[in-house]
Design a protein around this ligand. Structure first.
Ligand SMILES: NC(=O)c1ccc[n+]([C@@H]2O[C@H](COP(=O)([O-])OP(=O)(O)OC[C@H]3O[C@@H](n4cnc5c(N)ncnc54)[C@H](OP(=O)(O)O)[C@@H]3O)[C@@H](O)[C@H]2O)c1
Length: 246
């Protein structure tokens, strides 16, 4: 049966790949991001609407329009997120810290808190969170990004406790290195620097992560995958990456 799948940050990378993967299954899609001009091309037929997760009024408008277009939300993919810079804490700026925390943590909460009541009332629904291995293991220069992803773990745990008995499922998909626009955003448009992150190694593709998301969402209603940690074979920790051939 066709589900209403809502994806935040669907204009590129993992969010776009999730949209394509759910579209291929025939699901009804609602896609949100700030760069709306990109959304329509991601999955033809999807409902597309501007969304800035850091602005509660934008979240309100997006969700109201998505529900009007596609009905109650069955699967929420909380994907919108970013890292800014690799400054050490002693050299960091409040601006970058706020952007990461407001997007990755508060933005996710603003969306999720508005979606959960209907899921609870409807006795089912799936909240999927795109976390990161950065939430499992910190690295120098990534303290605030790692903190923002670590914060998602107790949030997921608490939602499971708070919705217990309602049929709501909560899954965190926590990838390692994925080749998307992530590093370009992190390095503020410096493509050469971003390319070095993926140089001479085989990172995950956005499609690899989307497969995990679709798999988790496709389990029977009584099965909840708690956390999927997925990394390239050539990555052991956020900072230990094998480069060169094998
Ligand atoms: N790439 C990796 O190595 C990696 C690893 C682990 C986890 N992740 C996580 O995966 C998620 C997706 O990242 P990605 O790798 O696919 O990077 P990406 O290609 O840069 O995509 C990020 C998406 O988030 C959206 N976004 C950012 N800020 C937003 C906001 N305020 N409101 C709405 N949408 C917003 C962007 O859309 P607009 O700019 O158009 O708004 C874009 O669609 C993030 O949560 C990231 O932390 C990535």
């Amino acid at each position: 049966m066709s589900r209403h799948v809502l994806v935040t940050g669907a204009s590129s990378g993992i969010g776009a790949a999730c949209a394509r993967a759910f579209a291929a299954l025939g699901d009804r899609l609602s896609l949100g991001a700030r760069r709306t001009e990109r959304l329509a091309a991601i999955a033809p037929g999807a409902f597309c609407h501007v969304l800035d997760v850091t602005k509660p009024e934008s979240v309100e408008r997006f969700l109201a329009a998505a529900i009007a277009a596609n009905g109650p939300i069955d699967v929420l993919v909380n994907n919108a997120g970013l890292a800014r810079g690799v400054e050490k804490i002693a050299e960091g700026t409040g601006e970058a810290w706020r952007e990461m925390i407001e997007t990755n943590v508060l933005g996710l909460l603003e969306v999720t808190r508005r979606v959960l009541p209907a899921m609870i009332a409807n006795k089912g629904g799936h909240v999927i969170v795109i976390g990161s291995i950065a939430g499992h293991k910190a690295y120098a220069g990534g303290g605030v990004y790692c903190g923002s992803k670590r914060a998602l773990q107790p949030i997921c745990e608490a939602i499971r406790m708070e919705t217990l008995g309602s049929g709501v499922r909560v899954t965190s998909i926590d990838p390692g290195m994925v080749e998307t626009e992530f590093s370009e955003v992190r390095f503020r448009g410096d493509r050469d620097r971003a390319a070095k992150v993926y140089h001479d190694t085989r990172p995950l593709s956005a499609d690899d992560v989307a497969e995990c998301v679709v798999f988790a969402a496709g389990r029977p209603a009584h099965v909840n995958l708690d956390t999927i940690v997925v990394m390239p074979t050539d990555q052991a920790t956020p900072q230990q990456v094998h480069r060169g051939g094998r």
